[in-house]
Design a protein around this ligand. Structure first.
Ligand code: LLH
Ligand code: MG
Length: 374
């Protein structure tokens, strides 16, 4: 089997998410947005799909992919990784992820197996935590500590067993005291037994992060995520040394799993963090094994089909699926029009289930996609 082509399909949809001046998402008025889908085709008629990807990546991707056996994922990944040196932004880690995930999808469709079984299945469901959007000033939204507590209560009633606050970030008042007040209100409301996590403003100073971390220890929080600029690994070494609460990271730092290796050997965090969005499943597996070899847990960043399959194949914790981002005024459960079924339906016990269809299990609504192409 040989790859014939790779293309990017772009289509319009109506979004209710708006970005503030620092790029964080909040509920807002309806507007038009564009979603992309990467497609890889072969001479045997087998195809693979993944969300994401950009026309910018196609020139370099075609040089590597066309004529290659699509099952040679490692060979293709290594070539794309080397190409990143010269092609830079055209082969961003996110685009590598789209290509690699489409190849995994293709392999799954070819064999008739869900991707997590191809990887080596470990579990077919995983507990989800409710992950909030960042704080805002929308009355009754995520505008006060008490409203965070109201929302946590609503999420637990829906079945979630754990809740992660993203507290306020600029342009809103991101003072450490305000972040702690929201955490206090939520802990008071949900009682002592619920796992709570904080993902705060990502640019606190060392002393501000230490102040918040110590408060979270008092409140028996489960982990503390990305409170400082991750480009300063020494700040995280400093913080992790002083806190008992597990510090989680790095999440957004570049450098794929190589950076996670550096953080592990330098004791910069207690729990590592990775997403298939950073170089794809082929890169994710390398990170997962790296963590396992060092006895370090790995918490997966973000959701979607690829991350669900990764969680299904992880024998190390990986305790939770991140479901969100959620907000009292945003209907996360509403169907995505380009899918017939969403991948991460929450069951009453608080689990999401790994898709069982072949490949990534994308249940694409082609009528919608084709009639909204741009
Ligand atoms: O800053 C944000 O908007 C969020 O932190 C976002 O990046 C979210 O994906 C996250 O951190 N989840 O864990
Ligand atoms: Mg985070």
């Amino acid at each position: 089997m040989k790859i014939q082509d790779i293309e990017v399909i772009a289509f319009k949809y109506t979004s209710r998410l708006v970005r503030d001046k620092e790029g964080h998402a909040h509920p807002g008025p309806e507007h038009e947005a564009v979603q992309t889908l990467t497609r890889i085709t072969t001479d045997e008629g087998v195809e693979g799909y993944s969300f994401g990807g950009s026309p910018a990546m196609l020139e370099a991707a075609r040089l590597v992919l066309v004529g290659e056996d699509p099952l040679n994922r490692e060979k293709i990944w290594q070539q794309l990784r080397r190409f990143q040196r010269l092609y830079g932004p055209q082969l961003h880690d996110y685009y590598l992820a789209a290509i690699d995930l489409a190849l995994w999808d293709l392999a799954g469709r070819f064999t008739g197996l869900p991707v997590y079984k191809l990887l080596g299945g470990y579990r077919d469901k995983v507990l989800a935590y409710a992950s909030t959007m960042c704080g805002d000033d929308i009355p009754g939204g995520l505008d006060t500590p008490e409203h965070y507590a109201d929302f946590a209560e609503a999420c637990l009633a829906q079945g979630y067993k754990a809740f992660k606050l993203h507290t306020w970030m600029p342009p809103y008042d991101a003072s450490p005291k305000r972040a702690v007040a929201a955490c206090e209100a939520v802990r008071k409301r949900v009682g002592p037994d619920v796992h709570l996590m904080l993902d705060s403003h990502h640019f606190y100073s060392r002393t501000e992060a230490l102040y918040i971390g110590r408060a979270l220890e008092e409140l028996d929080f489960h982990w503390f995520e990305e409170p400082m600029d991750e480009r300063s690994m020494s700040s995280y070494i400093w913080l992790t040394e002083q806190l008992d609460i597990p510090v989680v990271g790095p999440e957004t730092a570049g450098g794929l799993f190589y950076t996670r290796a550096e953080w592990i050997v330098n004791h910069a965090s207690d729990i590592s963090r990775y997403s298939v969005a950073r170089g794809g499943l082929t890169a994710f597996i390398k990170c997962m094994h790296l963590c396992e070899a060092h006895g370090v847990a790995l918490e997966v960043h973000g959701g979607g089909h690829g991350n669900l399959h990764a969680l299904g194949a992880m024998g190390i914790p990986g305790e939770y699926y991140e479901r969100g981002l959620l907000h009292p005024f945003y209907d996360y459960e509403a169907p995505q029009p380009w899918l017939n079924t969403r991948p991460d339906v929450l069951d009453p016990e608080g689990y999401v289930h790994v898709p069982q269809g072949p490949g990534l299990g994308l249940d694409l609504n082609w009528d919608y996609i084709n009639s909204h192409r741009v």
